[in-house]
Design a protein around this ligand. Sequence first.
Ligand code: COA
Ligand code: MG
Length: 281
Amino acid sequence: MISFDLTTMLFVPAASAKMIGKARGLGASAVILDLEDGVGTGEKRMARDGLAVNIGESWTGRPLLFVRVNGPGTEHFHADLAAVAQLPVTGVCIPKCETVGDLLDAERQLMDAGAPDSIHLCPFVESARGMVNAAQIASSTRRVAAMALGSEDLAADVGIRRTRNGEELVYWRGVVATAARAAGAIPIDGVFIDFSDEVGLEADAAAGRALGFGGKQIIHPSQIAAVHRAYAPTPQELDRAARIVAAFDEAERDGRGVVVVDGRMIDRPIMLQARRLLGSG
Ligand code: COA
Ligand code: MG
């Protein structure tokens, strides 16, 4: 299983040298330099050609560095992958992945262009067809470190009507969370586009976490803190989890499988949830 902290993945338009410079020091877990939807058609080539200079040679550690290339079937796909193969990135985001072939094609092109064996992939699933194939895509190569939900493109493709609280996305979030987790990859929730609504963002991030996501795409520096808050366990959650684990361990030593903590039944799966929470704290 691949293990990264991808709690916040900040999109930065690759055409903006200024934003790339700024993004390094903001405290996001990862940045995604975007060659796709964040860059206009007239700037695509310039953004790709400028990547190496804008990244420089000293990008180490946090934030983890990803680049999102243009999608399979676009005129830029091949050239983007060839350029990214030479860069010191942790991973490459492949948007609009619809089939296993889309992802394996990207992987092969990266390898052919000399990418290091350690390079990771993060396919974006953002169409009905991609959703149908999500589980196979996530497990198609060991390089898949994360799988991202592209909620806005999905809405456009399927005809989903977006609301502030995102209840219409519950099913699709579940598809991506399940596909990624089954492959040992980290599921990454979609963006919350109203970057002036911090309360709405924190609720949206918490809803994603509750559905099993391991992190969230964000678009603006102001979104970093709220998402980290939503994903971090509270002191109360940590305290209860510690008491659950202790009580369960004691019960097991006595040969019992069920114990009561705070008036609630605690058995093995509840203990496992508590252990998992402590592991992420
Ligand atoms: N990464 C790094 N820095 C960013 C940033 C980002 N994603 N978004 C904004 N900033 C910087 C701005 O440059 C500005 O810096 P300054 O104070 O030094 O001038 C500061 O944060 C405040 O930005 P603000 O004026 O509030 O926003 P903006 O109008 O400059 O930009 C967006 C708003 C939405 C255009 C911008 O946040 C953005 O491009 N986000 C990413 C969009 C994207 O990639 N979409 C595709 C994937 S969904
Ligand atoms: Mg998109």
